[in-house]
Each structure stands twice: as C-alpha cells, then as structure tokens.
Design a protein. Sequence first.
Length: 353
Amino acid sequence: MDIDAFELERWFAEYEHDADVMLAESGVRSLPASRFDTDPGDLDYVIPTAGAPDVRETIAEEYDRTADEVVCTVGTQEANFLAFQSLLAPGDHAVVVTPTYQSLHAIPESICDVTRVPLEPPEWTLDTDAVADAIRPETELVVVNNPNNPTGRQHDEATVRELYDIAAEADAYLLCDEVYRELSPDPVPPVASMGEYGISTASLTKAYGLAGLRFGWLAGPREVVEGAEVWKDYTTISPTKFGQHVARQVLDDPEGLRREALAHVRANAEITSEWADDHGLGWSDPVGCNVFLDVPEGFDGSREFCRTVVEDASVVLAPGDCFGDAYDDYFRLGFGLPTDELRDGLARVADVL
C-alpha cells in the first residue's frame, strides 16, 4: 500500500505538543470523564465485535435501519477506512468532493483512480453537475462530508439527495462522513436513511467533545456492513470497552449534551466572526466549529503564515495546503475549544497581525 503522508497530522506532530493554544482543534471542547460512569466492568473484548446489539440498535434508529446494518468502530477514521477497503479495488473509480479531510481521498487514491470535485469559494458551494460529469462506468463510490471539514459548509438536503440520486443511478454508493452533523442546529437527514445506496459514518468525537473515547460507527446496507466487518477483523477487531460503555450513556440521552455543545459553538462563532471581520479574513457562516479563513496579506501562503503564528505566538492553526495545494490561500481555524482559550488564541494571532 502506497499512500501519501497525512499532511495535517504531520503538521500537528511538529507543533501541537509544545504550543500553548490549539486553535486548529476541529471538535467541540472536551468533556471531563467525571460526567460519566467510567467503570465498564471486566476489560474483555466487546462481544459481538461489531458492537453490542443494544448500542447498534440505538444508533440504527437514527438511520431508519436495523442493528445488523451498523458496525461500531474505533472512531470515524476507522469506519471510513473499512468502507474504502471493502468497497474499492484496483480498476475501480471513486469521486470525492474536496477540500476535505485528507483520508477521504488519500485512502481511495491508494486503491484506485479518484476524481476530485472541488467546492466553489467563497461560499464553498457544490456543483452537483460536476459530480455527475465525473461519474464513469467503473465508479463504485461517491464521497462527501457534510458539514464540510475544513470549510464548515453544510450542503442542504436538496443537494445531498441530488448527490444520492447521481450515485444510485450509476449503481454506486454515496458515503457521507457526518461527524459534524449533530453540530448543526438544523441537521440534514443522514445519507444512510436515504436508501439502499446510502452509507453514513460518524462518531461521538466532534459534536460531543469525546475524542478520547474513539467511538464511531458505519451505518448502511447489510452487504456494506458485512464487508466492513471482514476488514475490521484485521484492524481493531472490536470497539473499545471504555468507549462503548460511555457511548451507551451518551446515546441513551444525547439531546442534553448536544444542546450544551450547540450553545457553546454558537457563542464562540460570534466571537470568532467579529475577530475575523475586524482583520478582513473573510467569514463564510460555517456550520460546526471549523472555518476556512483567508491568509492575511504579507505572507507567502498558508504554511508561512501558520508557521509564523505558532513560532511567534505559540498558537497552532491549520495551513490550507494541508488540504491540497489549491487551498494555500486559506487556513483552518477551529473555534470549538473553551471560550477563554479561544479568546487567548485570537488575541495572540491578532498581535502577530
């Protein structure tokens, strides 16, 4: 397997551990473990390895599917990996909407031919005709994430259903990474609920502030889930016992935590929007807790700007070129962290500017 280095993770590895403020964090602020019962009992495997039936049944309800149409994973990253490995083979073709989280195109590109369809700045809209034009007879998969990382763009229901119809007409699956879906005040229906060609991946990481659980899932047609389970036997085998134990508590009553997260993100978005406007960096009214902003004048691209900020102000931002060379005029800023840390980070960047 020949795959490109994960640019964003390599950037974080270089700077994250020594910096004072992580203003590139892509999820909502982390919750303390004390909010939950953290005793899962004996530390054995989760049985069955696809996840406990009651947990999968609770997840499946969101997608109008059954428990055997859900497999629990170690984060959304594994869910996507399993889908790509089980659905794609050399000689196939995939269409991926970009910019996006690198693994959503890099893993398919390590397997087969991929056509990238770019969103259109500054509002980062999607031309579904461009997706339709990219379809080939050998297309097996169309990939999108909604709301989008890094731009924060939420494609509306009509757009997503049009994407589904394009994929279905080509006898291809539509995979939607919906890890930010619950951070929308008005979520689009999940793709896995749209029909036999729909696959949804998600987790408790971004919307609930539970990254350390590493608990995610894939929901979709039974044949897709079965293929993912075959590959999962060679990766993590089962979700973590701790992750599933806490996930069960969250999934039994998620709305309280979701309301907290939405209120937090809404307040932080107002702070960040005002700051971005003050510095003329652009603001695209993002959904979730990420925004793609313009690199300020006087810097030779996103990498130079972000390197200057981290070295002069000890604040980590995400260079746009980590999402592809075409995005070197942008940088990603995450505003989901605790509000006092957000204000501190923005003030430090302002001093650099």
